[in-house]
Design a protein around this ligand. Structure first.
Ligand code: GDP
Ligand code: MN
Length: 436
């Protein structure tokens, strides 16, 4: 649900953009993730701040002392412990897969245990709205309770892939704690960049250059070099697609910390990291998308009324375009893939139908690897099994199309078949309008 409206803003702008920017929309990072999964793949995997900090700490990146809590009692216990160990204050931080929590009221500092408990009560369970969640927000189910740091400066660090250069880029900026896209747009010169040669890796000299560019004190330079190198090592060894520390802070007593941490992973490499895969929090994802990912379907929920079942991302994109052109609006992006099985088609139907906005279904298939007759068999079986009530319009072309059409005709079910893509789009838009 929560992911949706961010996407919808894009969606309204242009369908073509949706697919093109799909990875970007999905990343919901403080920064656009330039390394999503490849064509047709699922989204990059995201984790919570507390999980990112646990990983970074293993690589020697200094993070504030703290623990995650799932209930008010656990949170109170963590706060009590931190105060008992000498903390001057604690910060209560909402754990959701979106940035901008501070501005949205999801990050609060407390000087006493009582204040901490009050913040816990207010934040845990709240519907936290940030610029990355969309207006409906995201329910806070976990908190990170940390010792506060005596912040001197808030800086920015990020590692991402620069696709144009074909290299990782290590970025640093004195403009920390802000939205980095804004910095990049308004004052690009405020972001220092070091391109990383894949054959050589991130050099200590580069780390030093960035540390000086950040205006760090001489007493902080060596610490910073170690910090940046640890960050880079964590990125490489976890097969990350994005690592971002915003803010990266210096303290009044000259220490450095990752005060916030975001890591996205390249899901194509997740098979090498079962321990990272296990960090997935499906409570943060759209339930229908979670369901779709179980069956390797590329599904993204949108806010229109016409469900689309299509094979191939390019055709899916064209289908969304033509629905718009015919005066309708798509309820989803769905690519069932080139070699969809009957089982996948049934699951795809279930997912489409569990969206209450759906008034008609448009199946637009070009049979290549996926033979049209097999698709037709799957569609008929699914429509019967699931007792589909909404009208279904098909446009079919390709291998075994005649057999496919015959199977549909002989099913006794009420399918409409468009002779062309345009005609089918017009039929489905009319069908959607005719249903209450
Ligand atoms: P985000 O808004 O989701 O990016 O969450 P952050 O973890 O970056 O926190 C937002 C802001 O809260 C930071 O930029 C800091 O200004 C502030 N903040 C976070 N932790 C602390 C802390 O330990 N002490 C103080 N004084 N401020 C903090
Ligand atoms: Mn942040």
């Amino acid at each position: 649900m929560k992911v949706q409206s961010t996407r919808l803003r894009f969606a309204r702008a242009s369908w073509r953009k949706i697919v093109f920017f799909l990875p970007l929309i999905r990343s919901r990072s403080d920064l656009i993730d330039p390394n999503p999964s490849g064509h047709g793949g699922p989204s990059p995997m995201k984790i919570h701040e507390y999980q990112a900090k646990e990983i970074l700490a293993k690589y020697g990146v200094p993070v504030p002392k703290g623990e995650v809590a799932n209930t008010p009692e656990e949170a109170a216990a963590v706060a009590r412990k931190l105060f008992a160990e000498g903390a001057g204050g604690v910060v209560v931080k909402a754990q959701i897969h979106a940035g901008g929590r501070g501005k949205g009221g999801g990050v609060k500092v407390a000087k006493t245990r009582e204040d901490a408990e009050l913040h816990v009560k207010n934040i845990l369970g709240m519907q936290l709205v940030t610029h990355q969640t969309g207006p409906q927000g995201q329910k806070v189910q976990r908190l990170l309770i940390e010792e506060t740091a005596a912040i001197d400066r808030e800086l920015y660090l990020g590692i991402v892939l620069d696709r144009a250069a074909g290299k990782l880029v290590f970025m640093a900026s004195q403009a920390g704690g802000m939205e980095i896209e804004e910095v990049a747009a308004k004052t690009p010169e405020a972001i220092f960049k070091e391109m990383i040669d894949p054959a050589v890796g991130f050099g200590a000299w580069q780390a030093r250059k960035l540390a000086f560019a950040l205006g760090l004190k001489p007493t902080q330079i060596n610490q910073a070099v170690g910090f940046f190198q640890s960050l880079y090592k964590a990125f490489i060894e976890t097969d990350a697609s994005l690592v971002e520390i915003n803010p990266f802070i210096t303290t009044k007593d000259d220490k450095l910390y990752a005060l916030d941490a975001k890591i996205n992973f390249d899901d194509n490499a997740l098979f090498r990291h079962p321990e990272i895969k296990a960090l997935r929090d499906v409570a943060e994802e759209d339930p229908l998308e979670v369901e779709a990912s179980k069956y390797a379907l590329n599904y993204i929920k949108l806010d229109g009324s016409i469900a689309c079942m299509v094979n191939g991302a390019g055709l899916a994109m064209a289908t969304m375009d033509i629905i718009q052109y015919a005066g309708g609006s798509p309820a989803n992006f769905l690519d069932v893939g080139g070699g969809a099985t009957q089982e996948q088609i049934e699951h795809a139907f279930e997912i489409l139908l569990s969206d209450a906005n759906v008034k008609a279904i448009f199946i637009n298939i070009f049979g290549g690897i996926l033979r049209v007759d097999r698709l037709a068999t799957g569609v008929v079986a699914a429509a019967k099994n699931l007792n589909v009530k909404v009208p279904i319009v098909l446009r079919l072309e390709g291998t075994n199309v005649e057999e496919g059409r015959k199977i549909l005709k002989e099913s006794g079910l009420n399918f409409q078949v468009g002779a062309t893509m345009k005609e089918a789009a017009e039929l489905v838009v009319a069908a959607a309008k005719g249903v209450k």
